[in-house]
Design a protein. Sequence first.
Length: 227
Amino acid sequence: MLARKPVGRNASAMKYDLLTVMGAYALAQDKGPQRLVLRLMTLVTSRYNWARDELAVGQREIARLWQVDERTVKREMAKLRVMGWLVVRRQGARGRVTEYGLGIERILEDSRDRWADVGPDLEHRLSGSDAPPDKVVPLPVKGRVAPPDLSSGTEWALAKAVLHAEDPSLYASWIAGIERRGRAGGRLHLVAPSRFHATYVGTHLTARLLQACRSVDEGIDAVIIES
């Protein structure tokens, strides 16, 4: 199972995985639970302190974010506590808001049935299996593919070198043809040679690409595959 606190080298991947399974779970529910989880996801992405596992926001501020009244906030937060998706760390008192943590184990357990629907790479990471996902099938490659050119010195060139060293066959099949399109803050945009290629890599290899990129540049938070 994934580490319960999204910190360390793979923290960014865990954050995206957790938000992904929350969204996937919500999409399989009726309108009410969907809206509840969407509200939590919005609150988490805007106010949750991942490193400290802390959510400390007043009801008035939550009401403004959710576009509801404070009575609705109180009711919805109570539902999330009952679900186990929010855990009270410190009860609020006069002049101090209640501090919550995320019930990550419960979120993962409740969403388990949707992991496979998201993709085998996510299911592999969350299950903690030592075996690699069995659905990443390399395309046939004619001849050997040379190691990447590092002369540009970009983070993607360096990451490609890491990926080539880890698995030359996988690199030749899926990574060699991907080029750097640009970067916006922590988001690295890459372009694949075809839509199918982009979809396959985005489904099966995004986490692996992100890990390689972060090994050479910790400022990268996401890898976007386009065609």
